[in-house]
Write a protein that binds this ligand. Structure first.
Ligand SMILES: C[S@@+](CC[C@H](N)C(=O)[O-])C[C@H]1O[C@@H](n2cnc3c(N)ncnc32)[C@H](O)[C@@H]1O
Length: 274
């Protein structure tokens, strides 16, 4: 069997990735090397991955890798697969930091870090940042720590409920918490059946985590601060109300994603009411 015999079967991009992984070739390289013969061993390896793909397993969990902000990360079923929307959260947050905080050495907290991608991408953008990241899931933190090793970063990973037990003060708090409504019927089967439920659901309205995070947030905030959230579609105005309740002097910006849905909230404070 040659590469071209498999490619001619109109295979999906995920199957191409699988074939590339087995042969250690990128997708363009597969085409360039289409006359290459597959050994029996490699063909069997490819078929094994293909079987899992056909069962509906995400390619990232099969290959144990995913990409975020132009870098490769280890992932497994204990962490959410990083999403492109979250790359934009990192980018927007980093731009705001540069604008509002100049070159200060900043204390940053990432709540619900999962695979660690937000914290690690921010560190890679500026390794002067002093970053702490939390998750309630021990198995997720194992993945984050593995990624810390791969990327050679120095982030403090803490296993806790949101920021319980943390006494430091932060300039920047960033979080992509679980925000899907508990009974949502919009979640793809593939997501529902494979990704950790703890990373997905945020209560009846999907807003529980924003409420829980913001409720006592003053205790860990420096006066001048920025809070950056990824949020669910149509949650912007509801979250604005929660913020107004707990941080009435802060400025709230709701921003949309490329599909026109609410996706980000940025909360800016220069003075906290004591
Ligand atoms: C939507 S995922 C985000 C993961 C990662 N930050 C990303 O953007 O790809 C939410 C994460 O929050 C974690 N989580 C859920 N409840 C939590 C809690 N009470 N305290 C801390 N982390 C929590 C989950 O384990 C999961 O890793």
């Amino acid at each position: 069997m040659k590469i071209k015999d498999i490619l001619s079967k109109d295979i999906t991009s995920e199957q191409k990735l699988a074939l590339g992984q087995v042969l250690n070739l990128s997708i363009p390289e597969l085409i360039l090397n289409k006359e290459q013969e597959l050994t029996d061993k490699n063909y069997k390896k490819y078929k094994k991955i293909d079987k899992k793909l056909k069962k509906g397993l995400p390619i990232q969990y099969i290959l144990k890798k995913s990409y975020f902000y132009d870098a490769e990360y280890y992932v497994n079923k204990n962490v959410l697969i990083p999403r492109p929307e979250t790359e934009i959260l990192v980018e927007k947050t980093h731009n705001l930091i540069k604008k509002e905080f100049k070159n200060q050495k900043l204390n940053i907290l990432d709540i619900g870090t999962g695979s660690g991608v937000i914290a690690i991408a921010l560190y890679n953008l500026n390794n002067n940042y002093n970053i702490t990241a939390t998750d309630i899931s021990k198995t997720a933190l194992k993945v984050a720590k593995k990624n810390q090793k791969i990327h050679n970063t120095s982030i403090k990973f803490i296993n806790t409920d949101l920021y319980k037990g943390i006494n430091d003060k932060f300039d920047i708090i960033i979080s992509n918490p679980p925000y899907i409504k508990d009974n949502s019927n919009k979640v793809e089967k593939k997501v529902k059946e494979n990704e950790p439920l703890l990373a997905l659901y945020g209560g009846k309205e999907g807003l529980d985590y924003y409420e829980k995070i913001l409720k006592n947030i003053k205790t860990i905030l420096n006066k001048k601060h920025l809070i950056a959230f990824e949020i669910g579609e149509n949650q912007g105005e509801k979250i604005r109300k929660i913020v107004n309740n707990y941080l009435p002097n802060d400025k709230v910006l709701v921003e949309k994603d490329y599909n026109g849905f609410d996706r980000y909230v940025f909360i800016k404070g220069s003075k906290l009411d004591e």
